[in-house]
Design a protein around this ligand. Structure first.
Ligand SMILES: O=c1[nH]c(=O)c2ncn([C@@H]3O[C@H](COP(=O)(O)OP(=O)(O)OP(=O)(O)O)[C@@H](O)[C@H]3O)c2[nH]1
Length: 194
């Protein structure tokens, strides 16, 4: 039995595999022949589940893990939410710049935002499990370069942007790590059943 990480983004596969280490089973990427899916759900957990469901039939004897994440900005009614990776063509850096433009003139006190992550797991017996994590902060009101995407415009409570945070400070706060940590507990429980 393997852990199949249902992502079409190779960098994301490596990041998730490393964040879950150590695991008592091999983490494997999707076969290149499996086509990417359209993320049509209205929620992060809905999209994480869609990713898992789309690949389940190819790996009936393995555990499947899918993750979906994004940024929600209070002043924009939760936008970009599930559209974080695609509300505008181009890169995350281009989209981050556009968010700064949409928030122009708004004071920091009205710029609350959260990164959310949902992780869906499916075990070979057909069980589905959902896990989640949240990182709260603010969208910067200063001119930013946005080279690294959303991490450059997202302020943590110490006034540092996410992209500049020390790993030791960030590790326990990170939304994706929170969700993956819960998922890891379920994976270990499942593997322990054998
Ligand atoms: O700078 C950032 N720091 C973060 O901590 C963070 N967490 C999420 N995101 C962004 O949220 C979207 C997820 O998109 P997403 O989950 O749909 O992934 P994806 O389309 O790349 O891969 P797949 O798994 O769907 O194949 C992408 O735009 C990510 O850049 C972050 N950006």
């Amino acid at each position: 039995m393997k852990l199949i990480i249902a992502t079409w983004n190779k960098a994301k596969f490596t990041w998730i595999r490393d964040a879950l280490r150590p695991l008592p089973l091999e983490a494997a990427a999707l076969a290149d022949t499996i086509e990417d899916i359209e993320e049509t759900a209205a929620t992060f957990s809905g999209n994480a589940s869609l990713k898992v469901e789309a690949v389940r039939r190819y790996y009936p004897n393995d555990i499947i893990l899918g993750e979906d994440s994004g940024l929600m900005i209070n002043a924009l009614g939760g936008f970009p939410g599930v559209k974080t990776a695609r509300f505008l063509p181009g890169s995350d850096a281009d989209r981050a710049k556009e968010l700064l433009r949409r928030l122009e003139g708004l004071p920091l006190s009205k710029r609350q935002a959260q990164f959310h992550s949902a992780v869906a797991l499916a075990t070979p017996d057909g069980q589905g499990i959902l896990c989640s994590g949240t990182l709260a902060g603010w969208i910067s009101n200063r001119e930013r370069t946005c080279v690294q995407g959303y991490g450059d415009i997202f302020l943590l409570c110490n006034d540092k942007v996410l992209a500049a945070a020390e790993p030791t400070q960030l590790l326990p706060l990170d939304h994706r790590r929170q969700a993956l940590f819960q998922a890891k507990q379920h994976i270990l429980e499942w593997v322990g059943k054998d």
